[in-house]
Design a protein around this ligand. Structure first.
Ligand code: 3HC
Length: 288
């Protein structure tokens, strides 16, 4: 397979998951964070997740040993120079992504494929930050990355067919199922999921049903693993709001517009699981 060595930019929620599944599948993987502290925290979350799997009897000990062997951390972009694939999972900020891709373009070998895990920004726009737009692709993972089976592979009008084939092969090698789609804001999943989550907030805001009744309705009536308000907390209210703004800006359709309650909760710092409080209180275990 053309892809052997992987670089991951960012070791937060998504980057750490991507680095983990890559190393777990046997790929030499280097993950880059901005500071030694952030790196230590990110790598720590990977080892903690695997240890929890071992404790539950779901993961054999050798998986943790394999990840420790295959995965290294760095704060230097130059350590990704000889990677065959670099997956960017930094903060959702186009200016930051421009800086990163411009730097990587001059550091990495010409064959390196650049992928972004963005959920809502344009892959086509990012490809324009490089001199290799035909080697730029979207690889959109889902949270929690080690447990969610899907990757959306996003092809722009410039992406080379061989790059799409290599990306599909790598996703299969890391145990994911890929769906291929074009570069349209939200791709497939968020195009469908975000209006659903926003509608759940609207139903709650309008007092049609209580939080628990809304979540139970979709869990028990449709067989979803999480109710929509719990899922919004899980994804992050700030992230959901951010994506909805980008989607509304793109499509100008009311279904993508954030309900006032979501905006107010974000402004109030109620970001869901990550902040300890959203529709649920996440300081309790399980959340109340
Ligand atoms: N290591 C290995 N396996 C583990 C594990 C670990 N540390 N922790 C849990 N597991 C396994 C469990 O053993 C279980 O396996 P089984 O099905 O074989 O018994 C399975 O993973 C599920 O774990 P749990 O039983 O602990 O928990 P749940 O059954 O509640 O599942 C969940 C958790 C998979 C997160 C499930 O609730 C779910 O699918 N939720 C929906 C998440 C979702 O929709 N994500 C997408 C968000 S949108 C997104 O990311 C896009 C972005 O752009 C916004």
């Amino acid at each position: 397979m053309a892809i052997q060595k992987i670089g991951v930019i960012g070791c937060g929620l998504m980057g750490s998951g991507i680095a983990q599944v890559s190393a777990q599948a046997g790929f030499t993987t280097v993950v880059r964070e901005v500071s030694p502290n952030a790196l230590e925290k990110g790598l720590g979350s990977i080892y903690k997740f695997l240890q929890a799997g071992i404790d539950k009897g779901k993961v054999p000990q050798f998986e943790l040993d394999k990840v420790k062997k295959n995965l290294s951390g760095t704060t230097e972009l130059k350590d990704l120079a000889d990677c065959d694939l670099v997956v960017e999972a930094a903060t959702e900020n186009l200016g930051l992504k421009k800086e990163l891709f411009t730097a990587l373009d001059s550091i990495c070998k010409p064959e390196t494929i650049f992928a972004s895990n963005t959920s809502s920004l344009s892959i086509t726009e990012m490809s324009g930050f490089t001199k290799r737009p035909e080697r730029v692709i979207g690889l959109h993972f889902f949270n929690p990355v080690p447990l969610m089976k899907l990757v959306e592979i996003v092809k722009t009008v410039r992406t080379d067919g061989a790059v799409v084939a290599d990306a599909n092969a790598w996703c299969m090698a890391i145990g994911k199922t890929a769906v291929n789609c074009g570069d349209s804001t939200g791709f497939v999943v968020n195009r469908l999921l975000v209006p659903y989550m926003l509608d759940a907030v609207r139903v709650f805001e309008q007092g049609l049903a209580s939080r628990d009744d809304i979540d139970n309705a979709m869990k028990l009536g449709c067989g979803y693993p999480m109710g929509p308000l719990f899922l919004t907390d899980y994804v992050g209210l700030d992230t959901t709001y951010y994506i909805s703004e980008i989607m509304f800006d793109e499509f100008k359709e009311p279904r993508f517009a954030a309900p006032p309650l979501l905006k107010r909760m974000v402004l109030a710092g109620l970001h869901g699981r990550k902040s300890g409080r959203g529709f649920y209180d996440w300081t309790a275990n399980p959340p109340k």
